[in-house]
Design a protein around this ligand. Structure first.
Ligand SMILES: [Zn+2]
Length: 164
């Protein structure tokens, strides 16, 4: 009888802990799924995209400063997600930051991007991802110009420019 009681307690404890872990995972997933409408596996993206674009957007890579195709790019148009082609930034909000990466003070729409807390490399930063496909774009910092004071520091490889 006692044995049975201990056993059932163990099972309950076990269920509680795995249940909790699963709920946390699910919360994270559902938060992502809310807006995300393009669901592809990394394998699928790997087959579709340029190796560099794949590395930066789906393996969390960063292009070296002053090497991307858009850091000093000028032109009137929209910058789309290089993976799913969703419009992300307007050239009207692009500014010269001196960082060597394309910089914007505002996304085209607050629903176009998602922000995720990024604690890698011993820094606390906010990662910017495409809301539609979840691909990595860059980071946002609060040292940008007016009117938002924000600097969306984005990899050129994550973007595709389309003239207006
Ligand atoms: Zn996308």
């Amino acid at each position: 009888m006692l044995k049975q009681k201990i056993l059932s307690m163990l099972i309950a404890a076990c269920l509680a802990s795995t249940g909790c872990a699963r709920t946390q995972g699910r919360d994270k997933e559902s938060a992502k799924e809310k807006k995300q409408t393009v669901m592809k596996s990394k394998e699928e993206w790997k087959q579709e995209l340029d190796p560099e674009v794949y590395h930066i957007m789906w393996e969390g890579g960063t292009e070296r400063a002053f090497t991307g195709k858009y850091w000093s790019h000028k032109g009137d148009g929209l910058y789309l997600c290089a993976s799913c082609k969703a419009p992300l930034f307007d050239s009207k909000t692009k500014f010269k930051s001196g960082s060597g990466w394309p910089s914007f003070w505002q996304p085209i729409d607050s629903n176009a991007i998602d922000l995720i807390l990024d604690k890698s490399f011993g820094m606390i930063r906010e990662e910017v991802v495409c809301a539609k496909c979840g691909g990595h774009l860059g980071h946002v910092f609060n040292d940008g110009p007016e009117p938002t004071g924000l600097r969306y520091c984005i990899n050129s490889a994550s973007l595709e420019f389309k003239s207006r």
